[in-house]
Design a protein around this ligand. Structure first.
Ligand code: SIN
Length: 280
């Protein structure tokens, strides 16, 4: 039986007294999968996870995806995507400024990730919090007329569009990376495949248009939905400590990393992403 406490009144749990490095912890992973479906976000503090164990635990949630930006898969385990401002021998060990916008991981592929497991290897003493918003709560909080308006809408998610905005100062995507990330179209309201609960499925820079609407009208609607989705009533702010493992359900949340003084502090985060299914 896991010992838990709520992180936010509507979603998210901290699991207490759990050492995921200990082999007997394998027994609770099925319980964690059930909790993730119901509560959308789990936090386990004080972990000491080697990359191999991080990957081993993550695999229990499902097959793992490898990120298209291979230059940041630097741990020797391709399942781990490194997010960092640290360089080694003149080369970045991870992607810096990744996710500094509201998104759900890998929404830009046809079968987006069901969940992510982000482990804090090294964190700054201030800044670099991650904000998580419950898209179930956001959907429930929509005015009924707006809920009705978006019920059958679909939107284009574009990795090339996101990359161009977020990393305009970097080398453009290669042809191979572009070929791996063609634009995809997903419903604006999706259904959780396990619980059946509806959620809002939007995103800031990644969603380029709403299908069937003139661009200006779609942009205005997206702006309205994105602003609603991140209302503070739906948001949990995670203040990282070294050794934190946060697991979130990409089918039910969006998240956004926040800046820090990257000239003064180092940040090294290891993320695995679990394969999911086509949103419906
Ligand atoms: C992400 O978008 O997955 C990264 C979040 C973070 O670095 O805090």
């Amino acid at each position: 039986m896991l010992n838990v406490r709520p992180l936010h009144q509507g979603f998210g749990l901290e699991i207490l007294d759990l050492d995921l490095a200990a082999p007997h912890s394998d027994e609770v992973i099925d319980d964690m999968i059930g909790l993730l479906d119901q509560h959308s976000l789990l936090l386990v503090r004080g972990q000491r996870l080697r990359p191999e164990r991080h990957v081993e635990i993550s695999r229990r949630f499902g097959p793992l995806l490898t990120h298209v930006l291979k230059q940041y898969l630097t741990t020797g385990l391709p399942e781990i995507y490194v997010l960092s401002n640290v360089t080694q021998d003149g080369k970045p060990i991870g992607n810096h400024k990744e996710g500094w916008n509201w998104h759900s991981d890998l929404s830009y592929v046809a079968e987006p990730s069901m969940g992510s497991l982000l482990y804090a290897v090294e964190v700054p003493p201030v800044g670099a919090d991650t904000l998580f918003a419950s898209m179930h709560l956001a959907y429930d909080g929509l005015p009924p007329a707006l809920r009705e308006r978006i019920r059958h809408l679909r939107a284009t998610h574009s990795y090339a569009g996101y990359y161009g905005k977020a990393f305009a100062d970097r080398t453009p995507l290669t042809d191979e990376q572009k070929a791996r990330t063609p634009d995809v179209v997903h419903p604006v309201v999706r259904t959780h495949p396990v619980t059946g609960r509806p959620s809002l499925y939007v995103g800031q820079d990644i969603v380029s248009r709403i299908e069937g609407l003139p661009q200006a009208e779609g942009d205005a609607l997206l702006a309205e939905l994105n602003a609603h989705a991140i209302d503070e009533a739906f948001v949990y702010r995670h203040v990282w400590r070294q050794g934190d493992l946060v697991l979130w359900d990409n089918r039910a949340t969006m998240h956004c990393a926040t800046p820090y003084d990257d000239s003064k502090y180092r940040r090294i985060m290891h993320r695995t992403t679990v394969a999911g299914s086509r949103p419906f």
